[in-house]
Design a protein around this ligand. Sequence first.
Ligand SMILES: [Mn+2]
Length: 306
Amino acid sequence: MIITVRSDSGAGVRGSDQGITALLDLAVKSGIADRVAKRDCDVAFAEDFSSVYAKNIEQVLYICEVVCLEVCGSLKSGHIPIVISGDHSSATGTIAGIKKAKPESRLGIIWIDAHADLHTPYTSYTGNMHGMTLAAALGLDNIACLLREPDKTTLDFWGRFKRIGGLSEKIRSTDIVYVTLRDLEAQESHLIEKYGIRNFTTQELRDLKVKALGALILEHLKDCTDIYLSFDTDSLEGSLSKGTGLPVDNGIMPKEAEELIGIILKDPKISCFEITELNPGLDINHATTTMVYHILEKALSVFRRK
Ligand SMILES: [Mn+2]
């Protein structure tokens, strides 16, 4: 089942809410998603509170609560949700939804992304919520790296954000795996070192090749009962792919991404897949949209055979 989240309110650069239509238009034209059920998350929310420490937090919280219910409902009806979202803040709702549907699960997370998304309202320079997704899922504040002191209203919303789905600490830090993480700040490095989170670098990918890397990633999560794979478009090599808010060089090549995602999605423990942060307004020559479309095509072909 495809679940769409047409919002960009967690991103610093606007326009990624248009990425969903760009992808689905191609999918409709080619017929690859013809027999796939689709659900649109309600993202319409009259915003009445925003914060410099956590921009649009009230709206992002609302959206994530909707995403949580949709993902949970999809899993409970026997589907594997494919979430296509505008910005990565929605993944806090996705993770909550998986845990809500499967409270006894030990959930592993594969985060293919240039960024760690481990900021909090206490540590973020920008206040962009899509950089706080995993910190929220881990229930972390990271006061040790305090940069700013947010106001009480922001912190009330942050507290609710960490508890979406009625559970804080939805995952164990060691059950997160980064792939091609390469643009991170000191506050995030502190958490990665403190909690021993594994990053499979672009160099390791080149040295080992995709097949061996896929096997290593799955081996790292062997004690997990379920796996959620989240693909951020900015994991792609930034010199080739400009259609995302924060492109970064030294990333994964489109063919490598397709192959790796194909290998991981074949694993029987896969409970959810997410594609996010495609921004067609920034996409010179339509190149990134085409790359991400091929990834969606790959995912649908794997799920069709399941
Ligand atoms: Mn991200």
